[in-house]
Write a protein that binds this ligand. Sequence first.
Ligand SMILES: *[C@@H]1O[C@H](CO)[C@@H](O)[C@H](O)[C@H]1NC(C)=O
Ligand SMILES: *[C@@H]1O[C@H](CO)[C@@H](O)[C@H](O)[C@H]1NC(C)=O
Ligand SMILES: *[C@@H]1O[C@H](CO)[C@@H](O)[C@H](O)[C@H]1NC(C)=O
Ligand SMILES: *[C@@H]1O[C@H](CO)[C@@H](O)[C@H](O)[C@H]1NC(C)=O
Length: 398
Amino acid sequence: MALQSSGPTLGSFRTPTRGSLLLLLLSLRWALPSTAKTAGTGQGVTTSWLQRTSWAQQPEPAVVLPRALQGTEKKACPSGKEVHTVDEGLVFYEDWELEACVSGALLAEQMNLVNALPFTNEQLAILKHKLDQLYPQGYPESLIQNLSYFFLEVTPEDIHKWNVTSLETVKSLLKVSKGRKMDPQVAALIARYVMGGGQLDKVTLDMLASFHPTYLCSLSPEHLGFVQEDVLRGVRPQDLDACHPLQMDVLYHKAHIAFRNMSGSMYFARIKPFLGGASTEDLQALIPQNVSMDMATFKRLRKEALLPLTIAEVQKLLGPNLEGLKAEEGNSPVRDWIFRQQQNDLDSLGLGLHGGIPNGYMVLDLSFREALSGVSHLVGPGSAFIMVPALLLALNLN
Ligand SMILES: *[C@@H]1O[C@H](CO)[C@@H](O)[C@H](O)[C@H]1NC(C)=O
Ligand SMILES: *[C@@H]1O[C@H](CO)[C@@H](O)[C@H](O)[C@H]1NC(C)=O
Ligand SMILES: *[C@@H]1O[C@H](CO)[C@@H](O)[C@H](O)[C@H]1NC(C)=O
Ligand SMILES: *[C@@H]1O[C@H](CO)[C@@H](O)[C@H](O)[C@H]1NC(C)=O
């Protein structure tokens, strides 16, 4: 039996009988109505607390040392209150008593019992603190596997220390996270699992669809191929910042197919976050749509896709946002694109862009000019102007 109210460890101190405990819980409006119905079977408390109503209302896990413990000296566990098994009596411990009397090892061993009890958020934070003290390098996988609802207490930073190799564990933690603000934790969990060589299956990918897609950049190109189209609609540009070109390729093509028969402006709004995976031809196809691409999107374009675009094409692509180029002239990929243009063509834009191929020079060696872009960054565009012809001259003399 999971719950024993007659544990030998709690002594005479306020140990409630099951009936009085339930009454108290009800009076505190903690218990669900179903608890009362099954009271006495010993299952009621367990099953209802698996739903963890208090957790559902308070999705933010505590990340700091519990307030109750701040500034208090470490006290010894009062005699008679030592804890040898996790049971209902613990719910009535003062915060400092929990800190003094409960060991992390006991919690790790009896995590299923921890999850069955109606601890307050403050108490849960103390229990988590005990576990963190025991496992400063991260929880062992045997504990992670049994975390269940306690997962709602952990932070993404905690998860980044974990090794997760079992898909069953991932699924069970996704299940408890569903419908709660656990997106960063879920992204961290998926990242750790995939980093350890874990493979996701279709069921798991479908489960992931109910979370904000910050986890996409953790997925392999193959896994990305199975991501539902609905997921793509919820993607924000910053969700894809950590993606590699191969991942962006897959995501762009998926999004392009998903959104292709939308009208021009609607299509552009949807495809925008994915344009970092677009090719030169894809970008050229957007030009006749008068999309007026914003600079934030333009900056995220793949350098290789942007470089071949002509000044006229960029002008049409950006529309009224063209003047944003000036603020970006020192940053890749705009800087690299400017380096490929003739300076007098850039001058015709009237934006004061610097760094193009000086008037009267032919394109001798683009890679050489691009290597110099580091120099121009250091000394500023003005002096690079003077240096470029001088260096080109020096090269010719060799
Ligand atoms: C996890 O739970 C299972 C069954 O509930 C139990 O056998 C196992 O010992 C637990 N693992 C740890 C580390 O507590
Ligand atoms: C995770 O695995 C690595 C490599 O096997 C190991 O060094 C590390 O201690 C493990 N961490 C945890 C928290 O189990
Ligand atoms: C897109 O095309 C499919 C068929 O190819 C059609 O069923 C769907 O209604 C179209 N959607 C829009 C928004 O036009
Ligand atoms: C784009 O703008 C040009 C000129 O302003 C116009 O002729 C053309 O019809 C526009 N195209 C679309 C798809 O709105």
